[in-house]
Ligand binder design. Structure first.
Ligand code: BJ8
Length: 428
């Protein structure tokens, strides 16, 4: 798609071109300075680099085409909204979480300043007229995962899925009923009934996306990871924004190249720095700040525990059921196993973190917490108690999307890096 085509397209979907140019200039500059500046990148990352740019260009065109042919779509903000069911009703989910600092002040039109930057970025884009998807959806589906989100949906009149806050049987039943209600919602939107046959196909398709993500990230367990944490983050971000089939093909090419790199002992890193896991809040597309601060300070990010990491792809939906009720239950169970800090207690998250530390040979954990995200911020203390028992040090970073504090962060990260006693797998 030429520049001219893109501008016409954006105009067609109601984007404010002048402000959009500013947003893209800001995002591109950061992308070049962070993700693209990493050394030893696999050639197959080209697809994911283009996926970054496509999210405000050709992907918009694809969705516009789909809608012109009568397709329906919904905006979403959380990995609790089950893609399988939406797709089985011929409704395309479009994740809308913002990761750019540029639009955050535009959110002040409706929201207080002292809320999470993810919410401010998302609505800052919508209110500044720079979100190309605003007019490309028939409905928007929120969820009750945090107070700021809940009230935002209220204010904006969105459809809301109730995510329970505990994991007792009664909560599981409530969640199943919400998943069934969501099916009714998307069926009504598109006029397409979800059949067992179609749902079986979409369960398999979405699981395939999870499996390629698992395969890419498995390489990060190795002594010399052939892919960096910054690139692995970009892969996850692109998973959320691009066409599933194209994304799967892009990952398959990357997996082949990573396999070859392993054979030739090519590392994504120039030195064998401490191996760290990032835990906590997601880093939606546009935000790679903490990954960059860590990797440009000589640490290696070998695991991401967040929703732009393994929380998104760790578990697949059980494919064994053949009837609609069985499949709906399998989907509800899979999504109910997500260990978001909105749950209380949230012991699965601690178990998953400890398991990941073992599997990825993690020397230290970095809590990446978006400002004003109280559940992850407080839960970091519970995580730290568990880490203390296995002698794994941690560093808590509470920050927003702006780069104002980057030098301070790097000073803290460098001290943390010196404190970590690498236990294992330090080879280059
Ligand atoms: S499952 S992490 S995508 S809610 S918006 S909770 S950062 S204050 S994004 Fe999330 Fe779903 Fe949980 Fe994952 Fe905190 Fe900000 Fe709320 Fe957030």
């Amino acid at each position: 798609m030429t520049t001219m085509d893109t501008q016409e397209l954006l105009q067609k979907v109601g984007v404010n071109l002048e402000l959009h140019d500013q947003l893209i200039a800001y995002n591109n500059k950061l992308f070049e300075a962070t993700i693209r500046s990493a050394p030893n990148r696999p050639t197959a990352m080209k697809y994911f680099d283009s996926g970054f740019h496509a999210s405000h260009a050709s992907r918009v065109g694809e969705i516009l085409d789909y809608r012109t042919k009568g397709g329906k779509s919904i905006g979403t903000f959380c990995i609790y909204v089950p893609d399988e069911i939406a797709l089985a009703a011929d409704v395309l989910p479009i994740p809308l979480c913002g990761g750019s600092h540029w639009p955050v002040d535009y959110a002040d039109k409706m929201f207080p300043r002292d809320i999470c930057p993810l919410i401010r970025s998302t609505f800052g884009m919508a209110f500044s007229g720079t979100c190309p998807y605003k007019k490309l959806k028939d409905a928007t589906v929120g969820e009750t995962t945090c107070d700021a989100k809940k009230k935002a949906w209220d204010l904006l009149g969105f459809e809301v899925m109730e995510v329970p806050q505990k994991k007792a049987d009664i909560d599981r039943e409530l969640w199943l009923s919400e998943v069934i209600r969501f099916r009714g919602f998307v069926e009504k939107l598109s006029g397409v009934t979800v059949t067992a046959e179609r749902l079986k196909e979409t369960i398999k398709l979405v699981n395939r996306r999870r499996r390629v993500l698992q395969a890419v990230n498995d390489f990060r367990r190795l002594p010399n990871p052939p892919i960096s944490g910054l690139d692995a983050l970009l892969v996850s971000q692109v998973a959320l924004s691009q066409d599933i089939q194209t994304f799967i093909s892009g990952c398959e090419r990357l997996i082949d190249e990573l396999q070859r790199r392993v054979g030739e002992d090519i590392s994504a890193y120039e030195q064998a720095g401490p191996r760290v896991m990032i835990a906590g809040t997601p880093s939606p597309m546009g935000n790679a700040k903490v990954h960059f601060a860590l990797e440009s300070s000589g640490l290696r990010v070998v695991a991401d525990e967040s929703c732009t990491g393994m929380r998104y792809y760790r578990d697949c939906v059980d494919e064994s059921a053949d009837d609609l009720a069985g499949m709906m239950k399998a989907i509800a169970d899979r999504y109910f196993s997500i260990d978001c800090s909105c749950f209380s207690p949230n012991k699965e998250r601690i178990e998953n973190i400890l398991k990941t530390i073992e599997e990825y040979h993690v020397d230290g954990v970095v809590h990446n917490i978006l400002s004003f995200c109280h559940t992850y911020n407080v839960e970091a203390k519970i995580v730290d108690t568990a880490l203390g028992k296995v002698n794994v040090p941690s560093l808590k970073i509470v920050t927003d999307y702006s780069f104002e504090d980057i030098e301070q962060l790097k000073v803290r990260i460098e001290s943390f890096g010196e404190l970590i006693q690498p236990k294992q797998l330090q080879r280059i």
